[in-house]
Design a protein around this ligand. Structure first.
Ligand code: ATP
Length: 257
């Protein structure tokens, strides 16, 4: 199933936070959304996981307009790992992960054997199985972030959206998370600040500036010296990664270079 944003617009207090954003993510594809602070990335994502209703435009998963689905039906299609998706109650890690199954259950129905296995395997895959009985509030930022990803994955969504999923992770966990996304299966839309990670992890990248899509394409097409200068106001040298060929950006702290 694919995700399609069509002329998505969000207006608040007369100001367009996102303006006519059109973007597609095919099944199995990872599409990165990058852009300066305040460019509208999180706002666009919030419309996908229905924390926000678009002022105009649509978000579709295949032919279904998400805003027209029941919350339960859309929760079966879309999972989110977000900044505002934190868990404030002192659930244990395994309880938080199990919550990901909620859209598939009726009332107080307990998890079946296969669902418990899925939760356990997912926690093992993300290296958090040893934390299963710990309270979520006692975890470090990076541990918590992996728990929230586990919760999103056990939801078995068709679309997965992630808002800066690597911001608390050490370099190994950053790479492991992004690797995992590449083979995850659903259409993935991910907000990333690190352009080099985006180049390595994403099939395509969309660049937002002041709520508008400036360009979208493969990392090679998008991440150019001119683009980075125009959108981020930063001078960068772009070199191909010596092993993978992905474009990688080198920055200098010296303003004259
Ligand atoms: N509820 C709101 N009311 C008014 N303005 C808002 C609201 N939510 C977001 N904004 C503004 O909309 C703009 C886009 O915010 P958004 O969080 O989408 O940006 P972002 O690209 O995700 O930024 P960052 O990289 O800093 O996380 C910002 O200027 C923000 O202050």
């Amino acid at each position: 199933m694919d995700l399609r944003l069509d002329r998505l617009t969000v207006v608040t207090d007369g100001r367009s936070l996102v303006h006519e954003l059109s973007l597609e993510v095919a099944e199995g594809q990872v599409v990165g959304l990058v852009g300066p602070n305040g460019s509208g990335k999180s706002t666009a994502l919030r419309c996908v996981y229905r924390a926000l209703r678009p002022t105009r435009g649509t978000v579709r998963v295949n032919d279904d307009d998400l805003t027209r689905l029941t919350p339960r039906r859309s929760a079966r299609l879309v999972a989110a790992m977000t900044q505002d998706g934190s868990v404030d109650l002192d659930f244990t890690v395994e309880e938080v992960v199990a919550l990901g199954r909620a859209p598939h259950l009726r009332g107080n129905q307990a998890l079946g054997r296969a669902e418990r296995d899925l939760c356990r395997e997912t926690m093992e895959r993300l290296g958090i199985h040893h934390l299963a009985r710990r309270g979520i509030l006692t975890l470090s930022g990076g541990e918590r972030q992996r728990v929230l990803l586990a919760r999103a994955l056990v939801q078995e969504p068709k679309v997965l959206v992630l808002d800066e999923p690597t911001n608390h992770l050490d370099v190994r966990h950053q790479i492991e998370l992004l690797r995992l996304l590449r083979g995850a299966g659903p259409a993935v839309l991910v907000v990333l600040h690190d352009l080099n990670l985006a180049a390595a992890a994403c099939d395509r990248i969309g660049v937002l500036s002041q709520g508008r899509l400036v360009t979208a394409g493969t990392p090679e097409q998008v991440l150019t010296t001119d683009l980075v200068a125009d959108v981020f106001g930063v001078r960068a040298t772009v070199v191909p990664h010596p092993l993978t060929g992905d474009p990688q950006l080198l920055y200098s702290l010296d303003p004259s270079r």
